[in-house]
Design a protein around this ligand. Structure first.
Ligand SMILES: [Zn+2]
Length: 91
């Protein structure tokens, strides 16, 4: 199972389009602070696991879940419990 999950892993650039759709600005260079370990990483460096309608974003430092994004039926749910702070440049 561990191997299968590792094979599914992408980097944060994989969710650049999805996050741009939600936040309406370029997000791959946004900087997030992990609520668990305090690591600060650009979105482009996080670990991304996408499956069907759901996307899970994990901290590259401690592997805790930073974000969960689910899309379906014309709606989007974004759980950012694992991100203490998200900093990005406004267009
Ligand atoms: Zn962390």
């Amino acid at each position: 199972m561990k191997v299968q999950i590792e094979e599914m892993r992408l980097d944060g650039n994989a969710i650049g389009g999805l996050l741009r759709e939600i936040f309406t600005v370029e997000m791959t260079s946004a900087v997030g602070t992990c609520a668990s370990c305090g690591a600060v990483n650009e979105v482009g460096r996080v670990q991304v696991y996408s499956h069907a309608a759901g996307t899970v974003v994990r901290c590259p430092g401690c592997e805790q879940v930073l974000m969960k994004i689910v899309r379906g039926g014309g709606r989007c749910w974004v759980d950012m419990t694992g991100v203490r702070c998200l900093e990005f440049v406004l267009d």
